[in-house]
Design a protein around this ligand. Sequence first.
Ligand SMILES: C[S@@+](CC[C@H](N)C(=O)[O-])C[C@H]1O[C@@H](n2cnc3c(N)ncnc32)[C@H](O)[C@@H]1O
Length: 210
Amino acid sequence: MYTREFWDKIYQKHFSDAPWMSPQWADAGIKVLENYIPPAPPQGDILDYGCGNALISEHFMRKGHALELAEISDQLVDWLRNQYTDVPIHLVSSPGDISGQDKYDFVIAWGVFHHINPNLWGQFLGDFHRIMKPGALLLISGWDDTDMILKNEKKLGRFTRQRVWYINMLDDMISWRKNEYDVLESKIIPVKLDAFPQDRMIRFIVARNK
Ligand SMILES: C[S@@+](CC[C@H](N)C(=O)[O-])C[C@H]1O[C@@H](n2cnc3c(N)ncnc32)[C@H](O)[C@@H]1O
């Protein structure tokens, strides 16, 4: 279901009215980033994986960070390449499509994992580990069971229900990978936003083992 074609269709129809494309959403995301990344947004090379329209990346660009973006949607990547001519932008289906190792100090996967089939989460975590530098931070967020998608579950089917269910398992999945990651924080945080019907999100801050 969550293929490149799926996301291209979303971006053909909802380029500016998808909830995460609104500046209010970026503001909320940035507040969370500013409040919670210990001790301050890290310096160095950043990858914003599943960056959407890069509202969150812009915050880091303004602070002078070197950034790379990765997205699954052709449509969106064309748009991003026009907007950000000096920024490397990867068209990907998974982090496995990003070559090399030990490249990034900070990887952001904000609002992405709940769109990924949970069967692939292990693979994603393995590839993030490969491209992160030792000690680098990985920031993950996802909705919990207040996800608006649950309210449409009859229409959207079993897989949707499962992925919301399983986001609670990501915490365990990361902590089982002790030889790769240390979980610095796993937290449910309230989000109160007019633009969003969800009430809570789950946020993980994880460090790659040195
Ligand atoms: C809810 S949006 C979040 C966008 C952005 N991170 C933000 O918080 O504003 C999820 C994004 O993940 C992208 N995405 C979904 N599956 C992906 C995958 N397998 N690889 C890379 N990006 C993906 C979608 O195209 C979409 O832009």
